[in-house]
Ligand binder design. Structure first.
Ligand SMILES: Nc1nc2c(ncn2[C@@H]2O[C@H](COP(=O)(O)OP(=O)(O)OP(=O)(O)O)[C@@H](O)[C@H]2O)c(=O)[nH]1
Ligand SMILES: [Mg+2]
Length: 626
């Protein structure tokens, strides 16, 4: 029998039951003899001590089990929004997904965010409406919510009975027809199952759905290698273990890459990661020996794709060791944590001798603090939690630097124009139609495309720190001029010729001048919030929202409970969370979701630059060299 592989993600809002469902699937496959429990800290995928103490998933984890002729590599992901980066890295390696939704809580904010990302990427997705055994379970209502708020392309696969009791059960309508299966495998339809991961109801049917309704592939080692690293773990000896999904070709023992040489290799197969000589397209491998590897790296041919599906971290905090002598150890430890989680952007401010890290929220901060204590024996304090802003150009600005003039010590001409683009569109670089391609120094860049690729990198680097020190985004940068002096020797009378270094250093110089022309506006992150509160507390709630600078709040009454929706600067969401119990007699529930950036009111906050400031030419030259 030809075996096939399916790389399956389990995704959901926090606490919906992903890890419990994973445990059930492992049990049903015979991989584990007993069903572990999240509440007792005995599941396979919540294996970290912190996960077991807190009863939540923090890191994505891979397990493997067979269903008939398919090897399922299941990736259990965290649902808490503070750990969304873990989900992001996994998305690009999935062949299919199961999105879990609680039959009691229904469609929650994170459910919508995840479904949108899965749809955008075209990942075929099954829905599992979980917890039908719990009091208040209402699969019909949840199905309506799914249709209204998640996707109209949902197809219920059966019905649930004896809701809210241990005996709750799922009765399938019948075998899925061929057309439905093909459309589900193509991601056009989303079959929905109901059940309970706790009692096992509906789990057999989901197992059937995973093989019949999601696209498993026979592995095939032919073709050029293309593989992606989506998770990095440190082994007991401090060695790096790279979790790698192979998309085409084969990774073999002793293969050499820029990041190192493969010294050990395991492939996920039917219950465990087993030692092998090679991993083929379709499979997930653990690779040892790649000392320089980073999350997101490609082995072999990279595939260009959309990189960011979710909101970036919106806070940063200065981290200080309680014992000042621990500064160096803290730097090393944070560097290692950032390796495993590249969005823990560690900023090192040498002038103030401070380290800060970017954060999604309070829970992630606690987890970093606990990890530093448990794994590194480091006691730290976080202070000065601030929001991470961005800058957007106000209008259009343009600057040109010409060779052999007092303001340009580098050996090239460069012209750049910066213009605002739609919010959320990021940075795009283009080349002006009138640019004379003959002036591109091809002797350094080889091809025109390679030159443009380099310019794109230089521009992005330069935009990391704008006029106020924040990352510049939502803009189009146009290359309007490039030039150099042709050596007419030897000996040359006009030289010297530019190197990549000249152009790399010239880019921030020109770009910041262009930005000074356009001006830039500092924008802070805002969240869309929905607060469900007792109707009689609407008055004080509206007053509090007003004080916190919320955009117009719209209350909608649903009997005794009302829902207030508003947008609120990120800085004030935590504050509202703190005030909520007092304002609502402990009855209020708050959901929040990143909703982009808006101009700050009042004075623009300034962030300390980490890279040399090209606006002061002398200092800039002293720091970067000529
Ligand atoms: N009654 C009932 N409880 C469930 C069911 N599934 C999970 N739970 C409970 O819900 C809680 C959360 O379950 P988990 O499996 O950890 O949920 P999760 O989605 O993995 O949570 P995160 O990974 O932290 O996002 C635990 O207390 C489980 O015992 C179910 O079907 N019925
Ligand atoms: Mg979990």
């Amino acid at each position: 029998m030809l075996r096939k592989t399916l790389n399956l993600g389990i995704l959901a809002h926090v606490d919906a039951g992903k890890t419990t469902l994973t445990e059930r699937l492992l049990y049903a496959a015979g991989v584990i003899a007993e069903v572990g429990s999240v509440d007792k800290g005995t599941t396979r995928t919540d294996s970290l001590a912190l996960e077991q103490q807190r009863g939540i998933t923090i890191k994505s984890a891979v397990v493997s089990f067979p269903i008939d002729d398919v090897t399922v590599n299941l990736i259990d992901t965290p649902g808490h929004p503070d750990f969304i980066a873990e989900v992001e890295r996994v998305l690009s390696v999935l062949d299919g997904a199961v999105l879990v939704i609680s039959a009691v809580e229904g469609v929650q904010p994170q459910t919508r965010i995840l479904m949108r990302a899965l749809e955008r990427l075209g990942v075929p997705t099954l829905l599992f409406v979980n917890k039908i055994d719990r009091a208040g379970a209402d699969p019909e209502r949840v199905l309506d919510e799914i249709e209204q708020r998640l996707t109209p392309a949902v197809v219920p696969m059966g019905s649930a009975d004896e809701l809210g009791s241990k005996a709750a059960s799922f009765a399938p309508f019948g075998p899925a027809d061929g057309d439905l299966a093909a459309r589900a495998q193509a991601g056009e339809l989303h079959p929905a199952f109901f059940g309970s991961a706790l009692t096992g109801a509906g789990v057999e049917e989901v197992r059937g759905g995973i093989t019949a309704l999601l696209p498993a592939h026979a592995s095939d080692g032919n073709g050029a290698l293309s593989a992606r690293v989506f998770k990095i773990e440190r082994g007991p000896a401090g060695d790096r273990i790279a979790y790698t999904r192979v998309f085409s070709g084969t990774v073999t023992m002793r293969d050499r890459f820029d990041a190192g040489k493969v010294t050990a290799l395991r492939v996920f197969a039917d219950g465990d990661a087993v030692q092998r000589d090679a991993a083929q397209a379709g499979e997930i491998a653990k690779l040892w020996g790649l000392a320089e590897i980073q999350i997101g790296d490609w082995l072999g041919e990279p595939r260009r794709e959309v990189e960011h599906h979710f909101a970036p971290p919106t806070f940063e905090a200065v981290v200080q060791p309680v014992d000042p002598a621990d500064g160096q150890r803290l730097r090393v430890a944070l560097g290692q944590l950032a390796e495993q989680d590249p969005l823990i952007d560690v900023r090192q401010d040498d002038t103030r001798a401070e380290i800060s890290v970017s954060l999604y929220g309070e829970v992630q901060r606690e987890v970093i603090e606990a990890t530093l204590a448990d794994e590194y024996g480091l006691e730290v304090a976080f202070r000065e939690v601030t929001t991470i802003c961005v800058e957007r150009p106000k209008g259009s600005g343009e600057a040109v630097e010409i060779l052999n003039t007092p303001t340009n010590p580098f050996h090239a001409d460069l012209g750049l124009r910066v213009e605002p683009a739609a919010p959320g569109s990021g940075v795009r670089m283009r080349v002006d139609g009138g640019l004379d391609k003959r002036n591109v120094p091809l002797y350094v860049f080889k091809t025109f495309d390679s030159f443009v690729q380099h310019m794109d990198d230089y521009v992005r680097l330069a935009l990391e720190e704008g006029l106020f020190g924040w990352q510049v985004t939502d803009c189009v940068v146009t290359l309007t001029k490039i030039g150099y002096s042709l050596a007419d020797g030897p000996p040359s009378r006009r030289g010297p010729m530019p190197t990549t270094r000249d152009i790399r250093r010239l880019t921030p110089l020109v770009l910041l001048q262009a930005l000074e022309q356009s001006g830039s506006v500092v924008c802070e992150p805002v969240f869309r919030i929905a607060a469900e509160v007792p109707t009689e507390t609407i008055g004080p709630m509206l007053a509090a929202l007003g004080r916190l600078g919320a955009g117009a709040a719209t209350p909608s009454a649903r009997g005794e409970l009302s829902v207030l929706e508003a947008t609120l600067p990120a800085t004030h969401v935590q504050e509202l969370r703190r005030q909520l119990p007092g304002l609502t007699g402990g009855e209020g529930v708050l959901d929040s979701e990143f909703a982009g950036y808006q101009p700050v009111t009042g004075e623009s906050p300034i962030r300390q630059r980490l890279t040399p400031d090209p606006r002061n030419l002398e200092e800039y030259l002293a720091q970067v060299g000529r």
